[in-house]
Design a binder for this molecule. Structure first.
Ligand SMILES: Nc1ncnc2c1ncn2[C@@H]1O[C@H](COP(=O)(O)OP(=O)(O)OP(=O)(O)O)[C@@H](O)[C@H]1O
Ligand SMILES: [Mg+2]
Length: 243
């Protein structure tokens, strides 16, 4: 569930206008991506969908209703994994369920299921410092997924990872999404990552951020990064970004 929408959204922080008349619609179950220059307001837009920031103008909607605050239906994954360093993988991943009053035995079951889903089975008792960068990010995704949200909001989740790990993680994310019915919104600096994963890419201009183009991708998955339409779209986005 959950169609996401920004309707004529503007945002200013004091004198600084960050977003200007943004219109975005993400249908339920769709995989959308945002690319744009640093500082153009991508994280700000994502934080609005998460209910962590309110617009100065316009409407931020989920299924046509104003988003007024955070909700477990829309989980947010930060660039920095933000795991608690003093808690194990299992404790980090299970925290949301614990706060929701879910029993220990059910928690255990759901933790194991979600860890298997993100390829972290058996790492229950590891601390974040004992994990690789990719594994930390998998744990952060597990912590969001365990709440079974309708929407996953991902703010450059793989930005800090090496190129090879990124490719693996992109495939894992695709597997998590496909057939799940979940709505995904991914912010990335990596144009190929957006082209590989998304149904729709919003290309933003420099601040004040505006959507300069929406690119729709309907190639079957998994996609081939070397095929013609992939390259053509890569070229198109690069020229829109002035690269
Ligand atoms: N809480 C805040 N108070 C004041 N200014 C803010 C706040 N949050 C963001 N900004 C400003 O808004 C602008 C856009 O920030 P934002 O983090 O949304 O950009 P971004 O597109 O995500 O950039 P990056 O690609 O570097 O992550 C920046 O100039 C930033 O300084
Ligand atoms: Mg950002």
């Amino acid at each position: 569930m959950q169609t996401l929408e920004l309707r004529h959204v503007g945002k200013s922080f004091g004198q600084l206008q960050v977003l200007k008349d943004i219109n975005i619609t993400i249908e339920k179950g769709e995989f959308a991506a945002i690319v744009g220059p640093s500082g153009c307001g991508k994280s700000t837009a994502l934080r609005m969908f998460a209910g962590l920031e309110s617009p100065s103008e316009g409407d931020v909607l989920a299924d046509g209703m104003a988003i007024k605050g955070p909700s477990p239906e829309r989980m947010f994954i930060f660039q920095e994994h933000a795991l608690y360093p003093w808690s194990t993988v299992e404790q980090n991943v299970g925290l949301g369920l614990e706060l929701a009053g879910v029993s220990k035995s059910e928690r255990k079951e759901r933790i194991n299921a979600v860890l298997a889903k993100v390829n972290l089975a058996g790492f229950n008792n590891y601390y974040p410092a004992q994990l690789s960068g990719g594994m930390k990010q998998r744990a952060a995704i597990a912590r969001a997924l365990i709440m079974d949200p309708d929407v996953l909001l991902l703010d450059e989740p793989y930005g800090a990872l090496d190129a090879m790990t990124r490719l693996t993680m992109q495939n894992e994310l695709q597997t998590i999404w496909s057939g799940s019915g979940k709505t995904m919104l991914l912010i990335t600096h990596d144009i190929d990552e957006a082209l590989y994963l998304a149904d729709k890419i919003f290309v933003m201009s420099a601040r004040p951020g505006q959507v300069v183009e929406t690119i729709r991708l309907d190639q079957a998955r998994p996609r081939n990064r070397n095929d013609e339409s992939f390259s053509a779209n890569r070229q198109k986005i690069m020229s829109l970004l002035g690269l």
